[in-house]
Every structure is written in structure tokens, then in C-alpha cells.
Design a protein around this ligand. Structure first.
Ligand code: HEM
Length: 492
């Protein structure tokens, strides 16, 4: 069943269901953080080839901006963009408004405070901590933690923000579960994914931000941390991404998903295998080997699940392949899906112990991370925004060409980065295996890191095209009544 099937004769009006202003705000906040994150990525990349123009300025030190890069992407860009997407899709699929629009606005504001305070803590926290009066104050108040980042991968958010962020995630779930609980009839698979995410994400966040910090020490903290970083991708970003794909593709193609049965295989496969894989981030560590083998096997198993999902979407596209050329949102989604398949196929190989011997801790992993985070989920978000902004602003895109530039610069930039860093990882692995001095591998990586700067500039260039296009489109904004909604980049 798809969105249109769920509609009934007494269907409420779209404007009574969706608060479009909130969706616009979420998307704009997401784009702002993406710009900041990419600037951080470029700073790091420039630093590694000795071209950092801000070298020596403490608050721009790459160590701090690496945290900004990853956190702004996860909690600033992806979270805001997905929240905007949820505010559009959930009311339309359930035909009910969110639990409380006021709560939605409150969450929007609170979430921005969380993201901005985190960024501020990363930038000024270490400097503050170094001041004698601050050190004395924290000692007298018996605050045993850093004022800057915490030493937990992806859980670097300062300790006083963790409980607030967790509460925010719970409220998000409650606010969206209200319309889902009111929905009549069987729920479309998109809502299955979203419901799972509302439960999984707070649990994942709590596990990663509290257990290693306060309760589980040593090697066990590593195991929990591995599970946390993996589940953050698999149980927060992935269900939202696939839920969005199941929502939008039938709308763009104007036909139902090929097999509802296969979509459920994909959902339950993800639910079963994904949470078992966390330790594959820490193979060859003191974590017991039986747990490491276990993670390897379930990682390979999930690739079969992914194959069923991909087959389902290919089946849905069958007969309409040409639309990928003409329909830009569809192209973003299907390109992201191909990248997803490549990432997962790569994952099934790189998770083996044989492969790990070579690529563990190398730039191979960084290339893999960019393909999945940017090449898949960000590209799906761009596809959704490309589809939605003309509807949110009641006018077509200012320039189709700029939309094309955005697509091609992003899609090719990230693929070049992925290939480049993958190759860098292989070289680094062999340098280390040959027991060359560390400097040899750093010097040998330079050409690859230079290529990364240019690939990053391509991605950034694509982003700037999008922002400029959006600005020009917005400048022509007029109230709905005065303009005909005729998006140039339309799914027709
Ligand atoms: C302007 C484009 C970008 C450049 C130049 C860039 C560069 C970098 C650099 C230099 C690192 C640190 C690598 C290291 O520690 O060795 C990094 C890490 C990372 N970046 Fe980016 N990045 C860019 C865009 C993005 C985007 C848009 C995303 C996500 C949507 C992203 C996701 C990540 C992730 C997940 C990591 C952590 C990788 C890991 O720890 O394995 N990056 N990036």
C-alpha cells in the first residue's frame, strides 16, 4: 500500500496536516550545518597537505574542527534534514497532524541550542579548561569531566548536553507516534522504519553516551562504543533513509513498490542483523574472538538483506529506467542506492579478518565513511529537498542547470574521494605491514590527500550551486494564492 492508497474520501487537506514553515526551517538549518561541516572537512584536508590557511589560530585547530565536521554532519545536517522530512511524510502517511505542533517548534529550537552548544564546547572548551581559574573551579565543584569533547567516538558531545539530547530524542518519538497510533488500516513500510527508529535511536544514544563514560570501563567500553557508532548509522540514519526512499519512489514513479513482501524482508533483516555487528569496528582488539567472528558473520549476512531491498527498488523502476535521466529527485535516490550497494558490498569484504589485516586504521575506512554518509544518505536528502523545495516555496527551481551541477559535482566528487581514499588505504596498509617508519606512510599518502582536497572542493562546489539556486528560487517567493505551483524539477 502506498501513500495514495491510505487516503480516504474524507481526506484532510494537506495544509491542515503539514506545517510547511517548520519543514522549511529544518531544511535551512540542515543546510547551514552542512556548510559548516564541509568547511571543517576542508580545513582538515588542507591541514594534512600543509595548505591550511588558518594554521596557528587556536580556535581553528584541525583537531577541534574534525569534531565539528563529524558532529555537524550527524546532529546538525542529517538530524535536522530528517526531522524536516518526518514533519512532511508522517502526517501525509497517517492523515493526522503531529502530536503537538508547539512541541515540534520547541524541539526545533532546543535541538539547535544543543548542536550550537556542542560546537561552542568543541571550539572553546579546551581553551577554557586550560585557564587556571576554570581548573580551580571545576576541581572545587568536583566536575571530573572535560569542558570540551568527551573521548567517545561520535559521542563527543559534552557531558552536560547528553541528557538533554536524550530527552529531545524521546520527545521526537512521542510527537510522531501520536499520528501513527491514530492511523487506521495496515501501516505502510515507511512507517515501520520510522517507528523502529523512534525506539532504537534513544536507546542507542543512551548506550553510547552513558555506558562507556560512567559504567563500563576498558575493553568492554570499546565493544559498547563499536556497537554505538554502528547503530547510530544502522538504527538511526538507515531506517530514516530507507523509510524516505520507500515513501518517495512510488510517488515519483506513480506506481506502488514492486513487492511489499520483500520490503518486509528488508525491514526485519535489518532489525535482526544490524545490532549484532558493532564489534566489526574493533577487529583484532582484545575483545574476545568469538564476538569478533560473530560480528563478521552478521555483517556478511546483512549484505543479503541489502540485496533484497535493492532488487525490490530495481523491480519498481523496471520499465521506467529512462526517468532517471529526466527526473532529478529520482536520479538522486537511485544513484544513492547504487552507492549504498557498493558500500555494503565493500563492507562484506573489508569485514573479513584477511582484509582487515591490510586496511584497519587506514584511509580506506574514511573513504567508506564518506561514501555511505555523503554518497547515500546526504544524496537521498538532496533528492528529497530537490523534490520538496519547489513545493515548499510554491515555485519552480530558479535553474535546472544548477540542479544538474549540484548533482554531478556531488555524485562524482564523492566517488572520486571514495576511490582515492580506498587506494590510499591500501598503500598505507602495505607501508605499515612492511614496517617502514611512520613518516614513509605519511609522505606516501600526500598525493592521495591532495586529490581528496579537490574531490572535497567538487562536493563543496555542488553544495554552493544548490544554495545559490535555492536563494534565487526563494527570492522569487510569492504567497501560494498568487502563484501556480509548477515545479521545474517535477516528478512528472
Ligand atoms: C568538503 C567535503 C569534505 C571533505 C574535504 C572532508 C574531509 C574529511 C577529513 C579530512 C576527515 C578526517 C579524516 C581523518 O581523520 O583521517 C573526514 C572525516 C569524516 N567525514 Fe568528511 N569531508 C567532507 C565532507 C563530508 C560530508 C558531507 C560528510 C557526511 C555527510 C562527511 C563525513 C565524514 C565522516 C563520517 C568522517 C569520519 C570518518 C572516520 O572516522 O572514519 N564528510 N572528512
Amino acid at each position: 500500500m502506498n501513500e495514495s492508497d491510505q487516503a480516504t474520501a474524507a481526506e484532510p487537506r494537506h495544509e491542515d496536516l503539514v506545517d510547511e514553515r517548520l519543514v522549511r526551517w529544518y531544511f535551512l538549518a540542515a543546510l547551514l550545518y552542512l556548510g559548516v561541516s564541509m568547511t571543517g572537512g576542508l580545513l582538515m584536508a588542507l591541514q594534512l597537505v600543509h595548505w591550511n590557511p588558518l594554521n596557528g589560530i587556536e580556535i581553528f585547530s584541525p583537531g577541534r574542527w574534525r569534531f565539528i565536521h563529524t558532529n555537524a554532519v550527524a546532529y546538525g545536517f542529517l538530524a535536522n534534514a530528517f526531522l524536516g522530512m518526518l514533519h512532511w511524510t508522517v502526517p501525509r502517511l497517517t492523515l493526522h497532524r503531529v502530536g503537538s505542533v508547539k512541541l515540534s517548534y520547541f524541539i526545533f529550537g532546543a535541538w539547535q541550542v544543543i548542536v550550537l552548544s556542542t560546537a561552542a564546547a568543541f571550539i572553546v572548551g579546551p581553551t577554557l579548561q586550560a585557564q587556571p581559574w576554570v581548573a580551580n573551579l571545576t576541581a572545587s565543584l568536583q566536575i571530573p569531566f572535560s569542558l570540551g569533547a568527551q573521548g567517545i567516538e561520535w559521542g563527543e558531545t559534552p557531558f552536560w548536553i547528553d541528557p538533554v539530547a536524550l530527552l529531545g530524542l524521546v520527545l521526537v518519538g512521542v510527537n510522531f507516534m501520536v499520528p501513527i497510533a491514530k492511523a487506521k488500516g495496515p501501516l505502510y513500510v515507511t512507517l515501520w522504519y520510522f517507528m523502529a527508529m523512534f525506539v532504537w535511536t534513544p536507546l542507542t544514544y543512551a548506550m553510547g553516551n552513558f555506558l562507556p563514560e560512567y559504567m563500563v570501563p576498558g575493553v568492554n567500553a570499546g565493544a559498547v562504543g563499536g556497537l554505538f557508532i554502528h547503530d547510530l548509522v544502522g538504527l538511526f540514519v538507515t531506517p530514516l533513509g530507507w523509510g524516505m526512499m520507500y515513501y518517495i519512489v512510488p510517488i515519483l514513479l506513480k506506481k506502488p513498490i514492486w513487492s511489499h513482501g520483500l520490503s518486509l524482508v528488508g525491514f526485519w533483516g535489518l532489525a535482526f542483523f544490524y545490532p549484532l555487528q558493532g564489534i566489526h569496528h574493533f577487529l583484532y582488539t582484545p575483545i574476545p574472538m568469538f564476538l569478533q567472528y560473530h560480528a563478521v558473520i552478521s555483517t556478511i549476512a546483512v549484505e543479503f538483506v541489502v540485496a533484497t531491498v535493492v532488487i525490490n527498488f530495481i523491480g519498481t523502476l523496471w520499465g521506467d529506467g529512462r526517468m532517471i535521466v529526466t527526473n532529478l529527485p529520482l536520479r538522486w535516490f537511485y544513484t544513492g542506492m547504487i552507492y549504498y550497494f557498493i558500500t555494503c558490498f565493500q563492507c562484506a569484504l573489508q569485514v573479513t579478518l584477511t582484509f582487515q589485516k591490510l586496511i584497519h586504521f587506514t584511509d580506506w575506512v574514511v573513504g567508506h565513511a564518506h561514501l555511505v554518509m555523503f554518497g547515500v544518505f546526504s544524496m537521498w536528502i538532496f533528492g528529497f529537498m530537490t523534490y520538496l523545495f519547489p513545493r515548499l516555496l510554491n515555485r519552480p527551481w530558479y535553474s535546472r542547470n544548477l540542479c544538474e551541477w549540484h548533482f554531478w559535482l556531488s555524485a562524482s566528487g564523492v566517488f572520486i574521494m571514495f576511490l582515492d581514499l580506498g587506494l590510499a588505504g591500501v598503500f598505507q596498509g602495505y607501508y605499515w605491514a612492511a614496517l617502514f617508519p611512520w613518516d614513509v606512510s605519511v609522505n606516501g599518502s600526500q598525493p592521495f590527500w591532495v586529490v581528496r582536497v579537490f574531490a572535497g572542493l567538487m562536493m563543496f562546489g555542488g553544495f554552493l550551486c544548490f544554495v545559490y539556486n535555492l536563494w534565487k528560487t526563494y527570492r522569487g517567493y510569492a504567497p501560494a494564492a498568487a502563484t501556480a505551483p509548477a515545479p521545474a524539477v517535477a516528478p512528472a
